[in-house]
Ligand binder design. Sequence first.
Ligand code: BES
Ligand code: MN
Ligand code: ZN
Length: 485
Amino acid sequence: MTSWTSIEIATGAEAAPTLVFASGETLFAPDALRDRATSLVGSAGFDAKPGRWLDLVGEAGERLIVIAVAGDDNADRWRSAGGHVVDAIRALQLKAARLPAAADLGIGDALDDLLEGVLLHGYRLDQGRRDPVPGQFASTLLIAEEDSGLADRARLRADPVNRARAWVEQPANLLTPAVFADEAEAALAPLGVTVRQLGPAELETLGAGGILAVAAGSENEPRLTIAEWRGAPESESWDAAFVGKGLTFDAGGLNLKPRPGIAKMKFDMGGGAAVLGAIERLALRKAPVNIVAIVPMCENNIDGKSYRPGDVITSLAGLTIDVQDTDAEGRIVLADGVTYAINEYDPAVIVDVATLTGMIMGVLHEDFAGLFTSDDALAASLTEAGAAAHEPLWRLPLVASMDYLVESPVADVSNLGAPGWFGMGTGSPVAGAKFIEKFAKGRRWAHLDIAGTGWASRRSSRCGPGATGFGVALLDRWADLATER
Ligand code: BES
Ligand code: MN
Ligand code: ZN
């Protein structure tokens, strides 16, 4: 079972070291502590660089920890500060720390962000180690708020993100498609989400030739997992379908990946994890929207039964696909996912989320996900949601004059883009988007390429190195923007 731990947040007033914050000349501390803290900070010659802290013992033996946080020019400063709180708690090996009330600290509503930051930065996958990692132990952050819903609110926002991260970091031998599907069902069904799973026999009957072809080279059976959130039951229709790439491992197939980086390919279900996380957030807050997540889950591996380069396969839509490269598998399973969304749900909007191309990182690095759509209004709402959620998107071209990228001499569509400069560039993110567009049948649709943003090698305001859960917060926010009733 995939599980994770984070810092506990509890209401209480037990004696424990007290946390206060410093930013430049500003001290966020209760009045009773302010003067002493100011003089102690001054005499210690503290250079308040964000992330540093000062561990002080007062005259009566009470402990005060001053944590330096970013200035107000940093848009996500209090979520980042939550990370600094986690660092201090862990470095000082505190079993508990106490946070004064927001009103006393003078941070107002920012407490919500701070607590979310604590839970997001406190996240750690429960790994299968025989011996516990030294210095790793449970810590509790005690909050002095009257409002006991505060901790719950922070968990409601952070848990789906952390669950998505845990799935992404879980190795592919433990998180097979069947396990992923079962865990999604176990997490979402109790929240009132209707979850269905289609296995190989059902996919065969359906004619999901794309998913079946990609899955053919693996012992692990594929699943098509569907999670429906009907928060607006008075309406018959579906506001959106989120389709997520759910490759639990991507070896490349017969076009086997070279050595560097192949171990990272357990992360190739990051889009699927994100759309399921978004559904969890919608369900937890009972959002008044009807949205379905559709996740083709499978493993792209190398075997005598693997699909081959040069094969022509028939997709669920009936369009034939010229498989020029078995490593361009994501678009093939997404094609069936998008078709399933259209056939079964007739959604007003389709958004797919996928770790689709390594090349997106060459331009957008880990900082922006690529956004592809020919619908300007949809581009605007997604970009706005991304900015608000601190999961930024950058739009790249998707125009009719580039249709040639996915033309094939033998089938309706090729899964490999036309070569670019000196034969380079066959892994073009634009070609990936162009391929999926063919299956969206002119509907309102957008594609998010999260190959760069799904995994962080650096720290951000939302997390440390590792899986990011990118997309959960963005899609949750977008659901409100897109469906104002
Ligand atoms: N899952 C990969 C994308 C990927 C590659 C993400 C490297 C992160 C790092 C995807 O299935 C893939 O293999 N894409 C190919 C596409 C190409 C064969 C057209 C790629 O990016 O090289
Ligand atoms: Mn691949
Ligand atoms: Zn892949």
